[in-house]
Design a protein around this ligand. Structure first.
Ligand SMILES: [Zn+2]
Length: 167
């Protein structure tokens, strides 16, 4: 599915929800956002399912101009995006990453669950994420296994660490 851009411009802050695949074909869909004058913009990535290298190029080009004159926050960033943050700083340059989504699998229920990490709350509390803390399955109560690799959690904690990189 090509990228779909849902826009709610009714409030003081522009609310944007991206859905589908961020690729070389996403340029036009994203460029629509330039016509909105709101200074504060929240972009929700929860439903971004694919991101290829051309998509990263298109995105980097877009956000470089878009975020230059606005306060842009990213929410619900999935692993495919978080792994890019770690490798290519331009993907989130000048933007604040507020929350990311980690995936956990319950081997007992054979299901994958998503967990939202509120980085802003952790940052305000001056806390780092306890990456070893177990997350029990809400159905059967067994401890679940994370599907994310170390880079994902490293990114979170580097972003939270005042001495580390600022996300
Ligand atoms: Zn379970």
């Amino acid at each position: 599915m090509d990228l779909q851009v849902e826009i709610d411009s009714s409030g003081d802050a522009l609310q944007v929800k991206l859905r589908g695949s961020l690729s070389e074909f996403s340029e036009e869909a994203l460029s629509v956002l330039h016509k909105y004058s709101q200074q504060a913009v929240t972009i929700n990535f929860a439903d971004v399912e694919q991101l290829n290298s051309s998509g990263v190029r298109v995105w980097t080009f877009f956000i470089g101009t878009f975020a230059a004159k606005r306060h842009v926050t990213f929410t619900h960033c999935p692993e495919i995006l978080v792994s890019q943050f770690a490798m290519i700083p331009q993907v989130s340059k000048g933007c604040e990453v507020i929350s990311v989504i980690g995936r956990f699998r319950c081997d007992h229920c054979h299901k994958v669950y998503k967990r939202l990490y509120d980085l802003r709350a952790l940052r305000q509390a001056g806390e780092l994420l306890d990456t070893d803390a177990p997350w029990p399955c809400s159905v059967c109560g067994q401890a679940m296994e994370t599907l994310e690799d170390e880079t994902f959690f490293d990114f979170i904690n580097e972003g939270l660490d005042p001495k580390g990189i600022t996300a």
